[in-house]
Design a protein around this ligand. Structure first.
Ligand SMILES: Cc1ncc(C[n+]2csc(CCOP(=O)(O)OP(=O)(O)O)c2C)c(N)n1
Length: 569
């Protein structure tokens, strides 16, 4: 490793913790999301005098999901700090969540002094060992003089190539030790040189495949959002006349109102998107990893008649889940920019007509009811009343899928959801991080009555700092998605999914000093939602919805995309 030591520097010696904070300032860090403890006391002492805003969460899991929400909303790395032992292990779910969705985080943990490492000291945990498989990279800093280089590299690794979480573990003696400070201007890491420009021969092959195709399809994933290539994708699809389906992570990367959009594919995808995957003759995967919620793990029934093109910055993704006819390694934005030059037009009129008919014939639908509040209606109402101009975070479960289906995301970074790990408890703290990044935007945390109870303690944070997140609990009084699977695949043997003993969410909100409201009918829902949008501070709304409602369409686990259950709607 070589680094060029010349940027900011001091002649005076600083402590490790002071150096750390100077590094974070150099990286333009706005917020630190964290929780103190013994091993990070020197860092918190330096923070006391520092200029970076620290937000104190009520649980380290809340802090890391908030850092993640900030990162997803802005594209900049989120920074979280936790103490050694339990503080560090409380970050593990959040680190894995970020790793699965390629989110840039810099996670700083304290550790016991180096002479105690390996002695089972109080609050000692081998956090670099524990997180090795769930970080893009991690460091145990052994010498205070290494800190600037390590921090510089951590931010670089987290945010370049395929982004991901990087952990820096700092023993307490390193935080206390002194050294002169000098921040490197550049970073160069041997063996880490992400390929951003595509190989021209591969682009030629792509063009040829497009020219020959009659039934092309684009499968766009989170890589489109990460690389900020939504405009290039629109131009590519429109010019070549190729329909687009976007994965959960790709929603917003292509406008949900665009005539070429087919909806989300896979387990809860639309008929048009899944039929297109089954029948296409050319499938162009763009920043998508062909995971099992899209392919159903049934490669024998997935795009079997198609030549598959796979565009991704991470060469390890190519050929991992599907056989690839044309691999293109590069930054999605750069690849699309290059591919747009001399892009052929597909002879796809008949195909587009057929898909349009499928969209008309099989729209997303649900049974309306006068007696109960339908969760799908609530999501549609949130969409219509905000004109889609909101950042929406979700938790995991049925409400997540209804948001994906009924909120037409038209801007990248407007849906924030744990796609890969499917982490309950993610959505509410993530909304806090997004709202801190964009104080003037409407940020809605759509959550389940189950998931909300996993991180509801962060209501204290929104109350104290008056962070105006609107929490919409889709309260079906059960672990809805699990209940749905038990209904459909386990003959209604409902095992441990009843949440009817949950607290009164209105009173819970009020106990924290947050406005709480409840709606049981459409009329009440309209009224409380209007009030919520007008309210300048945080709000919790308990939308009491039909507990029997299921998410359709659905493809059973183990089935192929040709076996969609449409429900009785
Ligand atoms: C941390 C965690 N534990 C368990 C699960 C498994 N799981 C997936 S969806 C779900 C039910 C979620 O219920 P709720 O939050 O009420 O949302 P709903 O499905 O009712 O919309 C569960 C338990 C998970 N995804 N994450």
């Amino acid at each position: 490793m070589t680094t060029d030591q010349k940027h900011a520097s001091t002649d005076r010696e600083l402590t490790g913790s002071e150096i750390l904070l100077r590094c974070l300032i150099e990286e333009n860090v706005e917020f630190i999301f964290g929780y103190p403890g013994g091993a990070v006391l020197p860092i918190y002492d330096s923070l006391y005098y520092g200029s970076i805003k620290h937000i104190l969460y009520r649980h380290e899991q809340g802090a890391i999901h908030a850092a993640d929400g900030y990162a997803r909303a802005t594209g900049k790395p989120g920074v979280v700090i936790a103490t050694s032992g339990p503080g560090a292990t409380n970050l593990v779910t959040g680190i894995a969540t970020a790793q699965m969705d390629s989110i840039p985080l810099v996670c700083i943990t304290g550790n016991v002094p180096q002479q105690l490492i390996g002695t089972d000291a109080f609050q000692e945990a081998d956090i670099t060992g524990i997180t090795m498989p769930i970080t893009k990279h991690n460091y145990l800093v052994q010498d205070v003089r290494d800190l600037p280089r390590v921090v510089k590299e951590a931010f670089h690794i987290a945010s370049t190539g395929r982004p991901g979480p990087v952990l820096i573990d700092i023993p307490k003696d390193v935080s206390n030790a002194k050294a002169p400070f000098s921040y490197p201007e550049t970073v160069s890491i041997r063996g880490y040189q992400p390929t951003t420009n595509p190989h021209p021969l591969q682009i030629e092959k792509l063009h040829q495949a497009i020219a020959e195709s009659k039934r092309p399809l684009i499968l766009a994933g989170g890589g489109v959002v990460t690389s900020g290539s939504d405009q290039e994708l629109i131009a590519f699809a429109e010019r070549a006349q190729i329909p687009v389906t976007t994965t959960l992570m790709g929603l917003g990367g292509f406008p949900g109102t665009h005539p070429l959009w087919l909806g989300m594919p896979g387990m809860h995808g639309t008929v048009a998107a899944n039929r297109a995957l089954l029948e296409c003759d050319l499938l162009i995967g763009i920043g998508a990893r062909f995971d099992d919620r899209v392919t159903m793990g049934r490669i024998d029934k997935f795009a079997t008649g198609a030549k598959i093109v796979h565009i991704d910055i991470d060469p390890a993704e190519i050929g991992k889940n599907v056989d690839t006819y044309i691999p293109i390694v590069g930054d999605v934005k750069r690849v699309l920019e290059v591919a747009l030059q001399d892009l052929p037009v597909c002879q796809s009129e008949t195909w587009l007509e057929k898909l349009e008919q499928l969209k008309q014939q099989y729209p997303l639908t649900y049974k309306q009811s006068d007696n109960t509040l339908k969760p799908q209606w609530v999501i549609q109402h949130l969409y219509e009343t905000t004109g889609g101009d909101a950042i929406v975070t979700t938790d995991v479960g049925q409400h997540q899928m209804w948001v994906a289906q009924y909120f037409r995301f038209s801007r990248p970074r407007s849906l924030i959801s744990s796609g890969g790990l499917g982490t309950m408890g993610f959505g509410f703290p993530a909304a806090i991080g997004a709202q801190l990044a964009y104080p003037d935007r409407t940020v809605i945390s759509v959550t389940g009555d189950g998931g909300f109870q996993m991180t509801a303690q962060e209501l204290a944070v929104v109350a104290l700092a008056n962070i105006p997140v609107k929490v919409a609990i889709i309260n079906n009084q059960c672990l809805g998605m699990v209940r749905q699977w038990q209904e459909v695949f386990y003959q209604r043997r409902y095992s441990e999914v009843d949440l009817s003993g949950s607290p009164d969410f209105v009173k819970l909100a009020e106990a924290y000093g947050v406005k709480g409201m409840r709606a049981r009918t459409q009329e009440e829902a309209r009224q409380v939602w209007r009030e919520a949008l007008d309210h300048p501070g945080p709000v919790v709304i308990d939308f009491q919805v039909d507990p029997e409602e299921n998410v359709y369409p659905m493809v059973a686990p183990g089935a192929g995309l040709d076996e969609m259950m449409l429900g009785d709607e």
